[in-house]
Ligand binder design. Structure first.
Ligand code: NAP
Length: 223
């Protein structure tokens, strides 16, 4: 990981600081990408990194991003969104938001960056979720479909791009993020996954010598 240029997309989100810290600790150079310029600038300063604003659900935006960023050794896509609703009453806009944030972001990032990743024998990491792993869940139709799509998409890329290490990271429970603490004030975070543990597991899996981890389900302590 030392000296690797690693694009971190969704870098303004809750999970990003743990990944950025882990990357910097391992000697990598993170490059931050997101939609919220203010949040990105603050984080980029904190990690001594460059940042780029892009809408990852827009293929023209990801192509322009790849052009601007230049060669990278890794892409970590942390972009995503969550909402719950029964399928029969899901607003079409909510459905499209789940697909765009969770799945289209990964598809268009992969499309734009795979040539560079293959050239440098790099890696691509996407984040699924328990709902995608289990192929569903009550009130999770749009979210689960998007996250199952993440697994299917990464499976296709794994066989198409033998020079790229592909990792599907699958948090099997809630992560202890500020957003989840706000959304579930009565829940006990001790039963959640620690962001630092998730980031360390993912980077260890990517750096594995002599083999490849493709899908990595991560459970909270005690599960
Ligand atoms: N937190 C959990 O418990 C949990 C559990 C399982 C899986 N995951 C997955 O882990 C990943 C990171 O989670 P998180 O908690 O960090 O989520 P988060 O705090 O909601 O951050 C997600 C980030 O993605 C960005 N994003 C969404 N759509 C985008 C687009 N079209 N272009 C560019 N950026 C876009 C968001 O930007 P804006 O702020 O502009 O919307 C936000 O900064 C997500 O894929 C999530 O589904 C999380």
């Amino acid at each position: 990981m030392k000296g690797a240029r690693v694009l971190v997309a969704g870098a303004g989100g809750d999970l990003a600081p743990a990944f950025l810290e882990a990357l910097v600790r391992r000697g990598a150079e993170p490059i931050l990408v997101g939609r919220n310029a203010e949040a990105l600038t603050e984080r980029a300063e904190r990690f001594g990194a460059r940042s780029y604003v892009a809408d990852l659900a827009d293929p023209l935006s990801t192509e322009a991003l790849a052009e601007a960023v230049g060669p990278v050794d890794g892409v970590i896509n942390l972009a995503g969104a969550f909402a719950a609703a029964p399928v029969r009453s899901t607003d079409p806009a909510l459905y499209r938001r789940m697909i765009d944030a969770n799945l289209s972001s990964l598809f268009f990032l992969a499309r734009a960056f795979l040539p560079a990743l293959a050239k440098r024998r790099g890696f691509l990491l996407g984040v699924a979720a328990a709902a995608g792993w289990h192929r569903g869940g009550r009130n999770l139709g749009a979210y689960a479909a998007a996250k199952a799509g993440v697994l299917a998409l990464l499976g296709a890329i794994r066989v198409e791009e033998p020079r790229v290490r592909v990792l599907a990271l699958v948090p099997m429970a809630a992560i202890d993020t500020p957003g989840n603490r706000r959304a579930m004030p009565d829940a006990d975070p001790a039963g959640w996954i620690r962001p630092e543990a998730l980031a360390a597991a993912a980077l260890d899996a990517i750096g594995l010598e002599g083999g490849r981890v493709f899908e990595l389900p991560v459970y909270p302590p005690g599960a």
